[in-house]
Design a protein around this ligand. Sequence first.
Ligand code: PLP
Length: 427
Amino acid sequence: MRFFDYRDGALYAEDVPLAVIAEAVGTPVYVYSRATLEHHYKVFKAALGDLKVHICYAVKANTNRAVIATLAALGAGADTVSEGEIRRALHAGVPADGIVFAGVGKTDAELAYAISVGVRQINIESASELARISRLASAQGKVQKVCIRVNPDVGAGGHAKITTGKADNKFGVSFDLAEALYAEANELTGVEPVGLSVHIGSQIIDFTPMEQAYRKLVACVGRLRARGLTVTRLDLGGGLAATYDETVSGPDLVAYGAMVRNVVGDLDIELEFEPGRMIAANAGVLLTRAIVTKDNGGKAFLVVDAAMNDLIRPALYEAYHQMLPVRQAVDHDNLAPLDVVGPVCETGDTFAEQRPMPAIGEGDLIAFMSTGAYGFAMASTYNSRPLAAEVMVSGDQWQVVRPRQTYEEMFGMETLPDWLGPQAEKA
Ligand SMILES: *Cc1c(COP(=O)(O)O)cnc(C)c1O
């Protein structure tokens, strides 16, 4: 579901023509739809029905504070993987006791910060991390609630680079170690073990591996409780797919909710979820303008003003993004294959190869659809290209939620070493 549609041949974000935003803000620009963000959150929550749940939006998918705040206003917590993300979530209005801190390599400084602000929970991924949290929290006179992240040895997801639940991935610990760590945490000062967590991958449509992982988790809860340990939370992770290709149906959230209820419904436990992509992907588009059309070696190329530094998913994961002309082509069923590429000096800077596209001319606007997750969040200034602007739309209103980076902001922080002499510093 997304609120980007054609009206009279012009592509809109909710009630705002995308061309109006491109004209005012320039391109490339990310445009987010508030209604789409809210819709996905509400549909997911509804699918979980009357279960006791805490939904933590995985802020790494789209870290803009306007996005986090939109979801926080609906009651969402935040799943974070760095001190920066915790700070962003707090700035965006997520209460500390709504924030889960996860990640395979948290530094002492990050852990101390998370403990000091009183995050809801830290998900532990190693024996040494448990010892460090115990020491750091004790030093602050605090008791930090923790979950142990298990590696269920179940793989899932749309691509090898986004599978996180196999035994040979770096994430989590084995069930044996998780049980041992849980019992140990129960004895340590400064920590209170409250549950287990799991996150097996991303872009998941088939729930079979998730169900396998959840069943293993439930069995582990049984073993822990049989030892007299208290287990009150299960963090079931994120990873649900978003629809990138309109011709392929996405995950059935109602079926997901039913599966969860079936597997853990009788456990008398609070459930946590960490959806990122499923919430944000379809809520954003990357608006770009065609710079040049050219033919090379018998192939037609369209060079646009967005590049891999703005959207790296196609280069990194061979990801597919639908591309829609902002002014609908008159002859929109007459398609010809086109390579859509960015201006960066890498052949990998390719958004689509031999994509059937309607006629697009130089200067025309194109929307790369479903780029609200892992789009701007993974952007860089490679090739000294400024970070794109970000805009949010709500009904017929729209606002810049992050202006385009200026050149001064991009390299003004850099300083020349003294040995180059004063003449090197030319303004
Ligand atoms: C990345 C991540 C998520 C979110 O994954 P999506 O596929 O975007 O839903 C959730 N939990 C953890 C621990 C993650 O690392």
